[in-house]
Design a protein around this ligand. Structure first.
Ligand SMILES: Nc1ncnc2c1ncn2[C@@H]1O[C@H](COP(=O)(O)OP(=O)(O)OP(=O)(O)O)[C@@H](O)[C@H]1O
Length: 263
């Protein structure tokens, strides 16, 4: 069984401790939502996991310290969907998705049948068949976001870290993506995704890590993390928490808004 163990992960940027001693153990089959206010350290936490920012602490996958692996080897273990969706070159969707296969073969080697199958599967899973030969620069923001998710899927790694993968997606594609992440977890992967939509986090993730000021403020199943008291303390807003259609609804409310304002 794959186990990702994150121990006292910390990151200091420009002299400020942005991630502060976060520890977490994740088993395969889990889909963990990373939540917290703007600036809480979610992106930095993910980047520290990947070794993209100088970080203290350790990250072990099945006991192997990921910091000891060469970059290509690490990229066969962890795929990353960055928050930035910019793609400057007018490459085809297929070519961008195929970049996810780079860690799997020698430099300049031709794509193998396995590479082509992984690219086809990722394109199909992200509902991109109609865009396959289009230049990514000609796609809408949400379509481009799906291409980058497909690139991460083509990497076929046991761990997927996604930074705000829901940003820019319409409701149908948001739900489809949450379902996909759940499926990826059910297939035996470890999936961590940061997000701001607390209802989607509650309904689809099996665990949540709530960061505040770089520290783990709460961690556990959504119904234990997403309480009105905790959300008020961390986000400074009142929140309606209810149940509908077989899951939680978590909706921040502006209770200070007077009737006069609404009219
Ligand atoms: N290179 C940097 N130098 C200094 N401070 C940084 C740097 N990168 C990020 N920070 C700061 O670290 C803190 C955490 O940033 P981070 O992007 O991890 O937050 P986040 O939780 O992902 O926020 P958001 O929800 O807005 O995306 C912020 O206060 C940010 O200004």
């Amino acid at each position: 069984m794959s186990v990702l163990t994150i121990e006292t992960l910390s990151a200091t940027l420009s002299g400020r401790r942005v991630v502060d001693g976060v520890s977490l153990t994740l088993e395969k089959g889990g889909f963990t939502g990373l939540i917290g206010p703007n600036g809480a350290g979610k992106s930095t936490f993910l980047r520290a996991c990947l070794g993209l920012v100088p970080a203290g602490g350790t990250l072990r996958l099945d006991g192997v310290d990921l910091a000891t692996l060469r970059p290509a080897e690490r990229a066969r273990h962890i795929a990353y969907l960055p928050q930035e969706r910019e793609i400057a070159w007018a490459m085809s969707v297929e070519a961008v998705v195929a970049l996810g296969r780079l860690p799997h073969h020698a430099r300049f080697a031709a794509a193998s049948a396995q590479d082509r199958a992984a690219v086809d599967a990722a394109i199909a899973r992200m509902d991109l068949a109609a865009f396959r030969h289009r230049a990514v620069t000609s796609l809408s923001g949400g379509e481009r976001a799906r291409v980058l998710i497909a690139r991460a899927l083509a990497q076929e790694t046991p761990v997927l870290l996604a930074d705000e993968p829901l940003a820019g997606l319409d409701p149908q594609h948001q739900i489809a993506l949450m379902r996909l992440f759940r499926e990826l977890a059910a297939e035996g992967r470890i999936v961590i995704a940061s997000m701001h939509d607390l209802t989607l986090a509650a309904r689809w993730c099996d665990r949540l890590l709530l960061l505040r000021d770089g520290r783990a403020f709460a961690e556990g199943p959504p119904q234990t993390v997403l309480t009105a008291a905790t959300l008020s303390q961390v986000y400074g807003v009142e929140t309606f928490i209810g149940e509908a259609a077989g899951g939680l609804i978590v909706q921040p409310l502006d209770l200070t808004r007077g009737k006069g304002e609404r009219d």
